[in-house]
Design a protein around this ligand. Structure first.
Ligand code: SAH
Length: 363
């Protein structure tokens, strides 16, 4: 039993079963024992690898996107470059290395990082020392102004509630204690207010709803509509118009594991419901573009060319790694199809680079 499992068991004994959202928040962010509080999930001995950690070419594509988006917005200065959950700071380190060649970009840029982990903030400070970042616990702490925002594998870590259909309506799936005092899933006894607007479904159907994700998408949409700017949201998930099913997954040392086993020692995520995210952003006032598969987005923005350029100066071993990363990022059998890219822009602004027409307009 992990230390955090004992803490969670005590909370359940005194307060009753926990929603999956509360369980996720404790497992990831408990002030001493949470997964993100304790260590660096992306480090050399980490649990999972993200796109910017796979290949420098990813950050360079994002650099091109930032630069073109900023030019298309009419070179606003100053502007807020915001990353939600920058991890080890790799994406921005790769992207900002080359934006110096875009006249005026660095003079106008104010860098803001939204990060909950003190440890990762320290890593980010070391990687991004030359760019004078300011850290925030939440997006709403970032001062107003035109926005260039990126969130790669951030939304998947925000808590979701899981609902189970019963003949009496949607009940919340909870984490409770079994007869031996171990953590166990159990459906709630009463219909949940979170299921009030959901159409009925056959008993046993599961779906996920995330007020936290929707509130953030709506807040980004509102800011972009008010101050101008664009946002790029990249994550794994689907456009779910019906029930999402159960997508809760735990990852330890690059392998799936039981989400209830030793909480705080494994990453815990669910797939992102892009339909819900898009609707929330549009209700905040933004135009929504995509989602498009990551493979399509990266190919449109020239990742093959960028990889070829990096290969020119690489050793044979580096070339192999670059080729493998390109495949992993773009191929449908790897991250190319499961990962999606959603963009947001102000209703009167041009389409963000890599996108043509909005999927949704503000509502
Ligand atoms: N974007 C990075 C890291 C993804 S991991 C990459 O692609 O490599 C998720 C990141 O979000 C980590 O930096 C984690 O500490 C941060 N994070 C997770 N939940 C958060 C929250 N609620 N508030 C702020 N940061 C959070």
């Amino acid at each position: 039993m992990s230390d955090l499992e004992r803490v969670i068991a005590d909370i359940i004994r005194s307060e009753g079963p926990l929603s999956i959202a509360r369980f996720m928040a404790l497992a990831l962010h408990h002030p001493e024992l949470g997964y993100y509080t304790r260590g660096d999930p992306l480090g050399p001995h980490g649990d999972f690898v993200t796109a910017p950690e796979l290949s420098q070419a990813f950050g360079e594509v994002i650099r091109a996107w930032f630069a073109q988006a900023w030019l298309d917005l009419g070179r606003p200065a100053p502007f807020r470059l915001v990353e939600l959950g920058p991890g080890r700071g790799t994406l921005l380190a790769d992207a900002l290395r080359a934006t110096r060649t875009v006249a005026g970009f660095h003079d106008g840029m104010r860098l803001h990082l939204v990060e909950s982990s003190e440890r990762l903030r320290a890593t980010q400070a070391a990687r991004l020392a030359g760019f004078d970042p300011t850290w925030h616990a939440r997006l709403d702490e970032v001062p107003s102004g035109p926005l260039l925002l990126i969130a790669n594998e951030f939304f998947d870590a925000l808590p979701v509630h899981q609902l189970v259909a019963t003949t009496g309506g949607w009940v919340e799936r909870c984490v409770d204690l079994d007869a031996e005092g171990r953590l166990a899933f159990r459906p709630g006894e009463h219909p949940s207010p979170l299921g009030a607007d959901l159409p009925p479904a056959p008993a046993g159907t599961m779906t996920e709803v995330s007020p936290a994700r929707s509130a953030l998408a709506e807040a980004i949409g509102r800011r972009i509509a008010r101050d101008g700017g664009v946002a790029l949201i990249i994550d794994y998930g689907a456009w779910a118009e019906g029930p999402t099913g159960d997508t809760l997954q735990a990852t330890r040392r690059h392998a799936p594991c039981d989400p209830l086993d030793a909480p705080g020692t494994a990453d815990l995520t669910t797939h992102v419901d892009f339909h819900a995210l898009a609707g929330a952003a549009a209700s905040g006032g933004a135009s929504v573009y995509g989602p498009v598969p990551q493979g399509t987005f990266l190919t449109t923005l020239g990742i093959h060319l960028r990889t070829a350029k990096l290969m020119e100066r690489a050793t044979a071993e580096q070339q192999r790694a670059l080729r493998a990363a390109l495949f992993r990022l773009t191929d449908a059998s790897a991250m190319g199809e499961l990962f999606k890219v959603l963009a947001l822009a102000a209703p009167d602004a041009p389409a963000p680079p890599g996108f043509a027409r909005p999927t949704l307009r503000p509502c």
